[in-house]
Design a protein around this ligand. Structure first.
Ligand code: PNW
Length: 492
């Protein structure tokens, strides 16, 4: 099946050539979601391996033992990506594949290093630029057991820095775009506040045996910010002079729109929600150099404080603003006392506003609705507040009814409409002066969507998970994006 798209007499005609000619575009993935080979060739156990082998944790009862088998099929995958016209690929390294036990004094697994060398070489040989994430949620299980992982900043720091050093040493001659952490905020909130992701800690005893949702997310977040900054400092001092790459962090953040834009109470609530979700991480790194006042006001001492040394280190520690965003919510102020476990800023997140308008059409994922209108606002909010070049590192959607790779289902018009809307917002924001330098769709193939298992299909490629071959079938959106980027990116 070949699908092509022409934009010359479309509503998007005026967006032609709006993106810089060296704009990077492609797809993003995460090791634990695509590689499979969960214990092959010396790989150690990660907290997600432990989580998915614990009954009751993953909605469809699945594990990521095989996932999309990209560990075995990487050559085929690179060819498929090439046929989609991408210029870059964002993937993450599995720490426990490289250092199976994780610690600063634990041995390096040469077979794991070899796999990533092969992948990087294959990408470069096919003209695809690698963007590499060090940490996409899969901390080695052993570090969790030894000292509680990121809850113990003192013990965790040398382990993370050694892991980062090994990666810079082994891959930095060819990798020029490094991301330390993927979405520290989702890692803390899902793993330590809600307890629905690994390492499965929260205050809710019906769900988790241990944890404290009112304190641990903020401790873990602090560890991530400070160790991101230490890794960036190490890279800049010891590797950048010869390797000449860049390093940054990727933050999540959906847009928060006031439930009633006419009412200052809800307008303030929406700004507070943006601060709790985004500025929590972004203000220390790109902005004021400290946590937002709204968070300090609500959380008091439960929010850690940066030492002077840490503040210096953290501010300016990211060369770019890595941004993952999927959707928009309406935000309503909550009256009355704040719940001790609140991490949203004492607000309610709603699907409709005070006029009864919907935030957008439903996907196949409960929190995600198509809302390009909010994406455009978010791009400007981030740019105005932080004035840092933006790398869009994830954006995409699931679609209802993707149950088999039939011709009809592979013609995924719902996902095409999503990309058409969101990418148009990217182009318009650039036309308005926002500095955006990359876009990575989430995601290349259907994969193992964490606690949702194989039920949520985000890929522009359908994967038949029922067969051992994990056969891939391109969806039409893959070709739509190829043609749309060809239209949007300047030629000269
Ligand atoms: C991201 N939210 O997580 C992750 O980086 C990916 O690994 C994941 O597969 C993808 O988005 C799709 O879920 C998020 O609730 C999880 O807003 C939840 C949210 C955002 C991002």
């Amino acid at each position: 099946m070949t699908w092509t798209h022409d934009f010359t007499s479309s509503p998007e005609a005026s967006l032609a050539g709006s993106l810089r000619k060296d704009f990077y575009w492609g797809y993003a993935t995460a090791a634990a979601q695509v590689e499979g080979a969960w214990n092959a060739d010396g790989k150690g156990e990660s907290i997600w391996d432990r989580f998915c082998h614990t009954p009751g944790k993953v909605h469809d009862g699945s594990t990521n033992e095989d996932a999309a088998r990209s560990y075995d099929l990487y050559k085929e995958d690179v060819q498929l990506m090439k046929s989609y016209g991408v210029t870059a690929y964002r993937f993450s390294l599995a720490w426990s594949r490289i250092i199976p036990l994780g610690g600063a004094d634990d041995p390096v697994n040469e077979k794991g290093v070899q796999y990533y060398n092969n992948l990087i070489d294959e990408l470069l040989a096919n003209g695809i630029t690698p963007f590499v994430t060090l940490f996409h949620w899969d901390i080695p299980q052993m570090l969790e057991e030894r000292y509680g992982g990121m809850l113990n900043q003192e013990r965790y720091t040398p382990d993370f820095l050694r892991y980062a050093r090994v990666c810079f040493e082994r891959f930095g001659d060819r990798v020029k775009h490094w991301i330390t952490y993927n979405e520290p905020g989702v890692y803390t909130l899902a793993g330590y506040a809600a307890g629905v992701h690994a390492p499965a800690r929260s205050s809710f005893r019906e769900r988790n045996e241990e944890g404290d949702s009112s304190t641990e997310p903020f401790i873990v977040g602090h560890t991530e910010i400070v160790t991101h900054a230490r890794a960036a400092k190490m890279y800049r001092e010891e590797f950048k002079p010869s390797q000449k790459g860049e390093i940054g962090i990727t933050l999540h953040g959906n847009y928060s729109e006031p439930w009633d834009a006419e009412d200052p109470v809800h307008v303030a609530a929406a700004e507070r929600a943006r601060e709790f979700e985004i500025a929590w991480y972004a203000d220390p790194i790109y902005g004021s150099g400290d946590y937002p006042q709204s968070m300090r006001d609500q959380l008091g001492d439960r929010l850690p404080t940066f030492t002077e040394e840490e503040k210096e280190l953290v501010k300016g520690s990211s060369d770019f603003y890595g941004m993952n965003s999927y959707t928009t919510f309406f935000i309503k102020n909550l009256d009355g006392p704040t719940d001790i476990n609140d991490h949203l800023g004492n607000v309610e997140k709603l699907d409709t506003n005070s006029k009864g308008e919907s935030r957008g059409p439903e996907s196949d994922t409960y929190w995600l609705r198509t809302a390009p209108w909010g994406y455009g606002k978010l791009l400007r909010w981030v740019w105005n507040r932080y004035q840092t070049p933006i790398y869009l590192t994830e954006n995409g959607t699931t679609a209802k009814g993707e149950t088999e790779p039939s011709e009809e289902i592979l013609n995924d018009t719902f996902r095409i409409d999503f990309y058409r809307g969101y990418l148009s917002e990217v182009a318009k924001a650039v036309q308005d002066g926002v500095d955006i330098r990359s876009y990575f769709g989430w995601t290349f193939t259907d994969n193992w969507e964490w606690a949702a298992g194989y039920s949520d299909r985000f890929g522009v490629t359908y994967v038949d998970f029922d067969t051992p071959e994990k056969k891939r079938y391109p969806k039409r959106s893959a070709y739509f994006n190829r043609d749309f980027f060809n239209h949007l990116i300047a030629k000269a």
